[in-house]
Design a protein around this ligand. Structure first.
Ligand code: ZN
Length: 279
């Protein structure tokens, strides 16, 4: 599932391609997604200009004058850019799961989503002036790369919370955009065991965790995200942060102390940790 760095990577690569471009056509498949554009939405989008491309949580935002067009990638969604009609025809013929495309005169942006957990929706900008204001409406938690996410804040947020820190980090209503990969990596780097109850984290542990999460996310953005099964960039390129994973997806022993890693299911997600380095 694409997490914050992967969606940020998509926003960064899509921006120069469609900023200031005009939507000339919109197409959707008849198959059900978590949410999809209506016929009215599609009419509203015609002739509209893209003023910006950004991200909040795991949502990609196309900024129009009166609307935000939001794309969520669910489990397996990704965007593919076709540079001309021939390329678009070739992609739609060779891939079965294109569920939406936007046409910008010669260019096409196609949404490919085999599992259809993703969605597309429009939100009026009347009461929402900036993309950052969308987070309240979407019920998203703190942006982990913002200054508001700091040790004191995490310490306060976790008081009285008995569930474990791994599940807390992956709860988008608390912290936006963090999934299994970056929660697992941040906890390893901070030396915190994923099963610890949140309220047991000291202020210094909170401080380590905040720092490690920010570092892991920013490094991943600079490397174009982590490509595993589900994510690749707009032209199929792979994100290279996967080469810097210290623990996610590893089976052998700990890179620091050589102890055998432990694999456990936490909140239905596979979690790997080092029983010696993480306490
Ligand atoms: Zn270790």
């Amino acid at each position: 599932m694409p997490e914050l760095p992967e969606v940020e990577t998509v926003a960064n690569t899509l921006r120069p391609l469609i900023q200031n471009a005009i939507i000339t056509n919109v197409w959707t498949s008849n198959l059900r997604m978590r949410s999809q554009l209506s016929e009215i939405d599609k009419q509203l989008l015609l002739g509209k200009k893209i003023y910006g491309v950004s991200r909040t949580g795991k949502y990609l935002i196309l900024e129009l004058f009166e609307w935000y067009l939001l794309i969520h990638f669910g489990m397996s969604g990704r965007l593919i850019v076709a540079k001309n009609l021939q390329e678009k025809e070739y992609i739609t013929k060779s891939l079965n799961h294109i569920h939406m495309y936007l046409n910008f005169s010669n260019k096409f942006v196609l949404l490919h989503d085999p599992r259809r957990f993703g969605g597309v929706r429009m939100i009026s900008r009347i009461n929402i002036k900036t993309p950052a204001d969308l987070s309240a409406l979407l019920n998203l938690g703190l942006e982990p790369l913002s200054d508001r996410f700091c040790a004191n804040r995490l310490f306060k947020m976790t008081r009285g919370v008995t569930r474990n820190i791994k599940i807390f980090l992956m709860d988008g209503k608390q912290i936006a955009g963090v999934g299994n990969i970056y929660a697992t990596e941040a906890l390893f780097r901070a030396g915190i065991i994923p099963t610890i109850a949140c309220f047991k984290l000291s202020i210094s542990k909170c401080s380590q965790l905040v720092a490690c999460l920010k570092t892991v996310l920013s490094n991943a953005i600079s490397k174009g995200g982590s490509s595993l099964r589900d994510f690749s960039g707009l032209e199929g390129e792979r994100g290279s942060f996967v080469d810097e994973h210290l623990i996610y997806g590893k089976k052998e022993s700990c890179v620091i102390c050589n102890t055998e890693l432990v694999k456990k299911t936490i909140g239905q997600r596979a979690t790997t940790f080092c029983p010696r380095c993480q306490r």
